[in-house]
Design a protein around this ligand. Structure first.
Ligand code: NAD
Ligand code: IPM
Ligand code: MN
Length: 360
């Protein structure tokens, strides 16, 4: 049966990078993969067309899709919207929440060819392979009450950091299973020295550990984890953490791999349906100039093939194609350095396409 992929380019560099990833999806179809592609509007693009960052039509298409490929949302032109429910980011958050995409996988993998592009010394990052498992539909991003209101003569802003045991347990199981398939080490990152919600988080992770005797569980406070990620990142195998800590730590981890433009992601629900997107944003500072690195989005397609479509061989073929263009010395500006050849977004996409097709 043909599987449905919904493509949501979004804003800023979103359309440029998804166009390159769609080339690869089409090549997968040419190679025999039975998929149909559809497009939709989300974020600022949804707001401009329908007055909503997550138009009903887009949500319907998303629910009906097996997998979604999303570019990025947001931009300065929407930052001042009075009604915050109309902000582009609400479109993305609404998709995650409505589809129950609680399990966010963010693999920080260093391609050996990019050791020189990392902001850390090559010996600190060479061989780096970390999987960050971020809870995506709870925590402080969604907790109630939230808002800005008048209290005792001044305005106060407030959010609620809340996790239930069942929310912690289900993301914990994703992470333990992931660690089991990798190197058997799981580090749970929290702030259990201060925040009750993460005291509970730690307790639940401890309890789960009994079901995974083959996985070595450790705990780390988030401030130390941020430091350890830039001091000695190879100590980590799988990291599991809440929504906001995961957001922040994954951007830091991205830089270890050379650029935020290299970090793909998968966001999964219990039925295996997934949304796939680069971890970076809409990069308004470079939008429309052919400067954006499309590899995080292309590698997100590989994750889609692996985690939703169960097409591991095609996923690996994409990953090898990326390796091959890096071998050729091709680099978008964010990962370029002396001795490499600077290319545009589309040139990079075309090179990956060619390397993909050249394989059998
Ligand atoms: P950003 O990730 O968009 O950009 C941060 C920096 O990284 C910028 O200098 C940008 O040029 C660079 N960068 C990002 N992606 C790149 C790529 N593929 N190739 C080369 N360089 C790249 O983060 P920001 O500037 O904080 O946010 C910009 C907008 O994006 C905001 O509206 C924010 O809300 C939104 N955002 C969206 C997502 C998403 O859609 N998943 C994620 C993060 C931020
Ligand atoms: C990400 C982004 C989003 C997040 C924003 C745009 C809502 O930063 O996907 O990492 O904070 O989760
Ligand atoms: Mn982020």
């Amino acid at each position: 049966m043909s599987r449905k992929i919904l493509v949501l380019p979004g804003d800023g560099i979103g359309p440029e990078i998804t166009a390159e990833a769609v080339k690869i999806l089409n090549a997968c179809r040419d190679a025999g993969l039975d998929i149909t592609l559809e497009e939709g509007l989300v974020g600022g693009a949804g707001f401009e067309a329908f007055g909503e960052p997550l138009p009903a039509e887009t949500l319907d298409k998303a629910k009906a899709a097996d997998a979604i490929l999303l570019g990025a949302v947001g931009g300065p032109q929407w930052d001042k919207l009075e009604d915050i429910s109309k902000r582009p980011e609400k479109g993305l958050l609404g998709l995650r929440k409505n589809l129950n995409l609680f399990g966010n996988l963010r693999p920080a993998l260093l391609y050996p060819q990019l050791a020189e592009a990392s902001s850390l010394k090559p010996e600190v990052v060479s061989g780096l392979d970390i999987m960050i498992v971020r809870e995506l539909t709870g925590g402080i991003y969604f907790g109630q009450p939230r808002g800005i209101e008048e209290r005792e003569g001044q305005r106060v802003g407030f959010n609620t950091y809340v996790y239930s045991e069942s929310e912690i347990e289900r993301i914990g199981r994703v992470a333990f299973e992931m660690a089991r398939k990798r190197n058997g080490r799981l580090c749970s990152v929290d702030k259990a020295n201060v925040l009750e919600v993460t005291m509970l988080w730690r307790e639940v992770m401890e309890r789960l550990a009994a079901d995974y005797p083959d996985v070595e569980l450790s705990h780390m406070y988030v401030d130390n984890a941020a430091m350890q990620l830039v001091r000695a990142p190879k100590q980590f195998d799988v990291i599991v953490t809440g929504n906001m800590f995961g957001d922040i730590l994954s951007d830091a981890a991205a830089m270890l791999t050379g650029s935020i433009g290299m970090l793909p992601s998968a966001s999964l629900n219990e039925s295996g349906q997934g949304m796939y997107e680069p971890c970076h944003g809409s990069a308004p500072d470079i939008a429309g100039q052919g400067l954006a690195n499309p590899l995080a989005t292309i590698l997100s397609v590989a994750m889609m093939l692996r985690y939703t479509l169960n097409e591991t061989a095609l996923a690996e073929r994409i990953e090898r194609a990326v390796g091959s263009v890096l071998d050729q010395g091709l680099r978008t500006a964010d990962i370029a350095y002396e001795g490499t050849r600077k290319v545009t977004t589309a040139e990079m996409g075309d090179a990956v396409l060619e390397a993909f097709r050249a394989q059998r």
